[in-house]
Design a protein around this ligand. Structure first.
Ligand code: BGC
Length: 753
């Protein structure tokens, strides 16, 4: 139905319009019945519906309707599978239609800056490219049912401590390259109906009243068309927020901020057209949903199966020294409270009231006869002698021991950060004791964020189940017994210890958190520093093996207006069907600025029968090569060489090739008396003049001025001293007059700009 929103808005009173800009209650927007504007509902999000009917809260405390808990983003990102994530989104869209929810509050795309962030389980990755691609696929799935999404939390919300007041202090390049691209990709590829601004400040300004963020970047640069809503309680000052681009305040403000808006319009401090624009954006989304209602049913059982499938496609086999898959006739014991009561989701606003939860113990009973010993509780860090000794005996008497370990619920949640990266001591102790009696030990981890693994070198198998959603147990069992071949890969690095993390010295601060590590986040840091890690980004094993060959690029030279097509053959060289995730990284060899050793710029998951070969094709463009140049206020792919790396992980690069970029961009020329001789010489536009000045300097100092004792004619030290010299010194040494120098600089600047 075609609606004339402008006309509708012109019939609304000032009070009705102001009222549209804040919630009716916890989950609803206000209606204007006389004009046919309904009250629509929004609901968390992201990995299932948390639709609260009665007592409402935003912290996951009160119950919501029975629903399906899909694997949270910490796990589903490990699928590296856009189609699967779209299918997942589509299921959420159907569920939302079935339950009258107009906007689902997700996906959550904040970057995992530190393993300590309590909410990492809800976030996809440490890598902005993978995060953006995953989010865009999910959003496209949800919105294919005309249900909105609310991509969150915009932006730089990377810790829970003091999340409502702390300021994330990051330079623009870091924001543009690490913390914003996932939002940008999602806006450009999937146009989310809404964006949720975060609680925190960014460089001193609350996200909820940040015009640079909410209008300049989000709308004017990226072309966002939907409405911006606040996180629950994120509004600091309502009227400045509205002016900055915050359309909807959630939840209800008790009418207080509506009155502020009304007063501001009346006293002329708020232009009414700004209010009208916000109302129009909100109504456009409301009516998009209303005019496209679908008759859906909440297919609980069907979606449970999808939740299992997503978990199976995502869990990551990290170690396997011939111990997996398990065979049905082996004498196996499952140990650990998580085998019976799995941890499968995180705490807080995303908490789902699951209609069913599969434990591994139940699931395995359909496949094999395994023994069980609790060993330790899934909830507490208490070493229980009798539970432990029972588990040790059981392990001793078995062919293989599978220990279901991980983080109890209280160790990580929305609202607070972890203090350390360890699993409970009681678990580490028992794992050690079991290893003393049973060499064939496998650990299955249940955690929303990386943990230290002091026993890593001694276990024969390790399956990272992350938080697996409500079908976790069936998925784990199917993978352990080889009914499904593992194919997930890590969406983050697992460092050896917390202090290795680049944000270690600057995380969790109270008022201001300084992102001193800049763009060197996750593997961008570990790989550039060549540090040992427990498991690298993009790593994951399969029960089969893959070979890579025939890397080709469709051109060896390109400009920043071209695309580059890269293809590579992948062969399943093992004996069982499997899926491989092919990763493409780019290394900048131009030396144009300090950049990470490599950055992920493409990936594809491919299914292969034993012996089968498929060609994987990936496309790169300017952004795949570029960094954000703050002087240029744009992305910049400098001229020079770049290496294309094809890998099975960030540390397992199988094939490489080089391409040459010819940039069409000219950097701004900013010449002044403190420009160095070196800067003049390195820029082709000023080289001639730079060399002239350098010659004068060389002449002045002559051979006598040699600054080192080497007997060659070359003097690297004198050269270095000269090139780092500000050109004002050339004048100070009387080699050129100051006036002549100023004139020449003006001439050069005019010629270029
Ligand atoms: C969370 C959001 C969530 C909202 C509503 C807030 O506390 O940060 O992610 O969507 O509550 O529950």
């Amino acid at each position: 139905m075609k609606r004339n929103l402008k006309e509708l808005i012109s019939n609304m009173t000032l009070e009705e319009k102001a009222g549209m800009c804040s919630g009716l209650d916890f989950w609803h927007l206000k209606s204007v019945e006389r004009l046919g504007i309904p009250s629509v509902m929004v609901s968390d999000g992201p990995h299932g519906l948390r639709k609260q009917d009665d007592a409402a809260d935003h912290l996951g405390i009160n119950n919501s309707i029975k629903a399906v808990c899909f694997p949270p983003a910490c796990l589903n990102a490990c699928s590296f599978d856009r189609n699967l994530l779209k299918e997942f989104g589509s299921a959420i869209g159907r569920e939302a239609q079935a339950t009258d929810v107009s906007v689902v509050l997700g996906p959550a795309v904040n970057i995992k800056r530190s393993p300590l962030c309590g909410r990492n389980f809800e976030y996809y990755s440490e890598d902005p490219y993978l995060t953006g691609e995953s989010a865009a696929a999910f959003i496209n799935g949800v919105q294919s049912h005309h249900v909105g999404t609310s991509i969150k939390h915009f932006a730089a919300n990377n810790q829970e401590f003091n999340r409502m007041s702390t300021s994330s202090e990051a330079d623009e390049r870091t924001l543009r390259e690490i913390y914003l691209p996932a939002f940008e990709t999602a806006v450009k590829k999937s146009q989310p109906y809404t964006v949720m601004c975060s609680y925190n400040k960014i460089n001193g300004t609350y996200a909820s009243e940040n015009p640079w963020l909410l209008t300049d970047v989000l709308r004017n640069e990226w072309g966002f068309e939907g409405y911006v809503m606040s996180d629950w309680g994120a509004v600091n000052e309502r009227v400045p927020g509205l002016k900055a681009g915050l359309d909807l305040e959630m939840p209800a403000s008790g009418g207080v901020t509506d009155q502020e808006i009304i007063a501001a319009v009346k006293d002329g401090s708020l232009d009414e057209t700004i209010l009208d624009q916000a109302v129009e954006r909100i109504l456009r989304i409301t009516f998009t949903w209303l005019d496209n209602r679908e008759k859906e049913t909440f297919a609980l059982e069907e979606d449970h199966q999808l939740a299992r499938h997503i978990a199976e496609e995502s869990m990551v086999l990290l170690k396997n020294e011939g111990v997996l898959p398990l065979k049905r006739n082996e004498k196996v014991v499952f140990i650990g409270g998580f085998a019976k009561t799995p941890r499968y989701q995180g705490g807080g606003s995303s908490h789902i009231n699951s209609f069913q939860v599969d434990s591994a113990l139940e699931a395995v009973s359909e496949i094999a006869d395994v023994a069980y010993a609790e060993g330790f509780s899934a909830y507490h860090d208490v070493y229980d002698e009798s539970l432990a000794s029972e588990a040790i005996d059981a392990a001793r008497n078995a062919d293989k021991a599978i220990i279901f370990a991980g983080l109890p619920e209280s160790f990580e949640s929305e609202g607070y950060d972890r203090q350390h990266m360890r699993i409970p001591d009681c678990q580490n102790r028992l794992i050690r004791e079991i290893l003393n009696v049973q060499p064939n030990t496998v650990v299955v981890l249940h955690n929303g964020s990386p943990v230290e693994m002091p026993w890593l070198k001694d276990v024969k198998g390790l399956l990272e189940a992350y938080l697996g959603g409500q079908a976790v147990g069936s998925a784990v069992v199917n993978l352990l017994y080889g009914k499904v071949n593992p194919s997930g890969k890590l969406a983050e690095t697992i460092p050896l210890k917390l202090s290795d993390n680049p944000s270690y010295l600057n995380f969790g601060d109270k008022d201001e958190v300084h992102y001193h590590e800049g763009v060197f986040v996750g593997y961008r840091y570990y790989d550039t520093k060549e540090m040992n890690v427990a498991f690298p980004f993009g790593y994951g094993l399969s029960y089969t093996t893959f070979a890579y060959s025939n890397l080709k690029v469709d051109r060896s030279e390109l400009t920043d207006m071209d695309t580059l097509t890269v293809s590579v053959d992948v062969t399943n060289t093992g004996t069982v069907p499997g899926k491989e995730i092919v990763e493409l990284y780019v290394t900048d060899l131009t030396g144009s600025c300090s950049r990470p050793a490599k950055e992920l710029k493409g990936f594809e998951k491919v299914a292969l029968q034993p012996g089968e070969t498929k060609t994987v094709t990936l496309t790169l463009d300017k952004r795949s090569f570029a960094w954000y140049h703050t002087g240029l206020k744009d992305w910049y792919a400098a001229s020079g060489d770049y290496e294309i790396l094809i890998g099975a992980s960030s540390r397992d690069i199988r094939l490489t090739t080089k391409v040459h970029m010819n940039s069409s961009q000219k950097l701004p020329l900013n010449l002044h008396m403190n420009t160095t001789l070196g800067e003049l010489i390195s820029d082709e536009r000023t080289r001639e003049f730079g060399c002239l000045l350098k010659q004068k300097m060389d002449k002045l100092f002559g051979a006598d001025a040699k600054l080192t004792d080497n007997d060659s004619d070359e003097d690297p030290m004198a050269d270095a001293v000269a090139t780092s010299m500000p050109i004002r010194n050339v004048a100070a040494f009387g080699l050129i007059t100051k006036e002549a120098l100023v004139k020449k600089l003006e001439e050069l600047t005019q010629k270029v700009n």
